[in-house]
Design a protein around this ligand. Structure first.
Ligand SMILES: NC(=O)c1ccc[n+]([C@@H]2O[C@H](COP(=O)([O-])OP(=O)(O)OC[C@H]3O[C@@H](n4cnc5c(N)ncnc54)[C@H](OP(=O)(O)O)[C@@H]3O)[C@@H](O)[C@H]2O)c1
Length: 334
């Protein structure tokens, strides 16, 4: 499946890394970036401050990335140029730029490609051709005849939905709250710097920075009665990767720590998506963990017989990029 990646930032480069290390490396046919500098992107792919060196490493020609096997991956500064030159079957949108999403949706009727979006984007919201894909939960509902636009709804949602799904299968969730301690992303400045929102303009590595996260519409798709009864927020913390969400959930029936643990251990969610670990680990231990959610087995508690309290780890970069790659792989094998 000829794959074009738009945006070689944190997520785009990790998707590229996962793809380069897969048997389908030769399916990567091009990339779009504002800075059309192949040498710079080869350097950034080869040397990642968080995930280390790429092996085998990648080289650059004047306008292409070049893999160890000699495959050339052209770099474009415009989406139109890339579409014309690469004839992709799948576009993986990792720029997060809504104008790109709009342009891709506008062009779609004249073309055959699908688009896999790295975030929920207004351009495809509510369209019948759109499928919000939470791997391990609803992947079997994908309809290749209908769905042109696939949305991977974000790292925290990828963690929350399989976790809630595992628990809801054993005991109905009535309401709840969550707080996610989330690592820094490149939307945050290193030092105080003017941004759209006041708190978003504060130095990433000097602060805990609270922010909202309203998943109610998405949660309602998967758990119709829960929707607005789950509220939460995030706190950006000065670490470069891996996040930790703590949930408090009121359940319909009584539960114990043992039944809570069993709900995760014996869950229908596949183990590459949801896991549980009771070792006293910390965030850096999850640097290259590809699971969407790893329940912290040391955190499980029950309050007044029917309220579950627990935490889960998720590597917002690595695991999210892994899910993007898994979805690509499923689409390629349809
Ligand atoms: N980081 C996470 O933890 C995470 C987790 C889940 C989902 N996501 C989603 O993944 C997407 C990418 O996030 P990210 O963290 O990878 O951001 P990022 O590091 O800022 O990467 C975005 C990249 O796209 C490039 N870009 C922006 N506009 C472009 C355009 N019009 N044409 C070509 N390239 C363009 C940017 O170039 P410049 O730097 O030159 O602007 C940058 O290299 C977003 O939709 C985000 O919501 C991120």
């Amino acid at each position: 499946m000829r794959t074009l990646i738009i945006g070689l930032g944190r997520i785009g480069r990790l998707v590229a890394r996962h793809l380069l290390n897969s048997p389908e490396a030769n399916h990567w046919v091009g990339a779009v970036e504002i800075t059309e500098d192949a040498a710079l992107f080869a350097y950034l792919l080869n040397h990642d401050s968080t995930y280390g060196h790429l092996d085998p490493s990648i080289q650059a020609t004047s306008d292409c990335l070049m893999t160890a096997t000699g495959q050339q991956i052209p770099l474009f500064s415009s989406v139109e140029g890339a579409l014309a030159a690469c004839s992709p079957d799948l576009i993986i949108e990792c720029s997060g730029d809504p104008r790109i999403a709009d342009a891709l949706v506008r062009r779609a009727p004249e073309t055959h490609w699908r688009v896999l979006f790295s975030s929920q984007t207004e351009a495809v919201k509510g369209k019948p051709e759109t499928f919000v894909w939470v791997d391990g939960v609803n992947h079997t509902d994908f309809d290749p005849k209908l769905h042109r636009f696939v949305v991977n709804p974000g790292c925290l949602n990828n963690c929350l939905i399989p976790t809630l799904s595992a628990l809801n299968a054993t005991n109905t969730i009535l309401a709840g709250t969550f707080v996610s301690v989330h690592s820094v992303t490149s939307t945050q400045p290193v030092l105080d710097h003017v941004a759209k929102h006041a708190r978003w303009s504060r130095a990433a590595y000097d602060n805990l920075i609270p922010a909202g996260h309203d998943p109610s519409q998405l949660i309602a798709r998967f758990f119709p009665t829960l929707g607005p009864r789950l509220i939460g927020r995030t706190v950006r913390a000065p670490v470069s990767h891996t996040s930790y969400v703590t949930l408090t959930l009121k359940m319909a029936s009584a539960l114990t720590v043992e039944t809570l643990k069993a709900a995760f251990q014996k869950s229908h969610i596949p183990p590459h998506v949801l896991g549980i670990d009771s070792r006293p680990l910390v965030s850096s231990d999850y640097r290259c963990d590809g699971r969407s959610a790893i329940i912290d087995g040391t955190s499980l508690r029950v309050l007044e017989d029917n309220t579950a309290f627990f935490s889960a780890w998720y590597n917002n970069e690595w695991a999210f990029a892994q899910r993007m790659t898994d979805i690509r792989c499923t689409l390629a094998n349809l």
